[in-house]
Design a protein around this ligand. Structure first.
Ligand code: HEC
Ligand code: HEC
Ligand code: HEC
Ligand code: HEC
Length: 163
């Protein structure tokens, strides 16, 4: 081959080698493919811990509630609402609340409006990502104007639990 082909080729090879050498020093040790594969797992592992110090966790999960409301968690776990989190209805118990000393801890919300239940239970007449499978009612026909919790116990939503 001619020189005019080799020269640029050497330049390209040289550049690739330089990039590979810089990479060795520059890319952090924990950068790479983690549990969730190339699509979601391509990141620097230490970044997770760094973000935890930057932003507060919003939701705590039922494990946290069961520390003080074990009876409620156990009771709901036997009902169709077992698959939703307490905080789905009572709002996030973010660290701001969790970190408070008990006397001053702000209370979580109790929402007794129909709108709150209809978020999940207004019947959908079109397919959706699973939301349409939740048992639904027609809000205009199903005991309109009466709060759902007057008849249904949100902690015991099975129909045997009707008040
Ligand atoms: C550290 C103990 C503790 C944890 C953890 C805790 N709670 Fe409570 N919670 C209490 C106490 C004590 C009361 C009663 C406060 C009162 O009546 O003044 C209460 C009251 C409530 C109330 C009633 C508020 C009201 O206005 O009467 C709700 C709802 C509630 N908790 C939900 C939750 C949920 C959901 C979680 C989990 C995300 C949770 N709690 C975690 C101690 C706790
Ligand atoms: C489907 C929504 C929903 C879920 C899920 C739910 N709650 Fe409630 N909760 C309510 C509503 C609505 C009330 C008020 C009921 C009423 O006064 O008739 C309430 C009342 C409460 C109260 C205060 C009254 C009482 O019964 O002592 C506490 C404490 C509470 N919930 C804790 C929890 C905990 C802990 C969980 C999770 C294990 C949970 N809730 C899950 C909707 C929910
Ligand atoms: C006056 C009492 C009353 C009120 C208020 C009420 N319900 Fe009901 N609900 C019932 C009774 C009784 C049944 C069982 C018979 C039936 O399906 O109508 C029922 C059934 C249901 C079912 C099961 C439907 C099925 O196909 O299995 C859901 C879900 C439901 N209600 C949600 C709600 C929601 C959400 C609200 C508030 C927007 C609400 N209900 C208000 C009495 C009530
Ligand atoms: C975050 C979504 C969500 C919210 C909010 C919610 N539910 Fe449910 N509910 C569910 C799921 C999921 C089920 C179980 C699947 C099913 O029965 O279709 C269920 C089941 C029920 C059932 C049927 C139980 C049975 O055995 O047939 C009733 C009644 C019910 N919920 C009432 C309520 C009431 C009243 C509220 C408001 C206080 C409420 N739900 C709020 C998700 C929700």
């Amino acid at each position: 081959m001619k020189n005019h082909v080799f020269r640029p080729l050497f330049v390209v090879i040289g550049l690739v080698v330089i990039v590979l050498i810089i990479r060795v020093f520059y890319v952090p040790k924990d950068f790479g493919v983690h549990e969730r594969g190339y699509m979601y797992g391509w990141y620097r592992e230490g970044n997770i811990e760094e973000w935890k110090t930057q932003v507060k966790v919003k939701y705590q999960g039922k494990e946290y509630c069961s520390g003080c409301h074990a009876d409620k968690v156990q009771a709901i776990d036997k009902t169709p609402h077992a698959i939703i989190q307490c905080e789905n209805c009572h709002g996030p118990a973010n660290d701001a609340i969790a970190d408070h000393p008990s006397e001053q801890r702000p209370k979580l919300i109790i929402d007794k409006t129909r709108a709150h239940c209809l978020r999940c239970h207004a019947k959908l007449h079109y397919p959706s990502s699973g939301r349409a499978q939740i048992r639904g009612i027609d809000p205009d026909k199903h005991n309109p104007d009466i709060e759902c919790v007057m008849c249904h116990n949100p902690h015991k939503p099975s129909l045997e639990g009707l008040k």
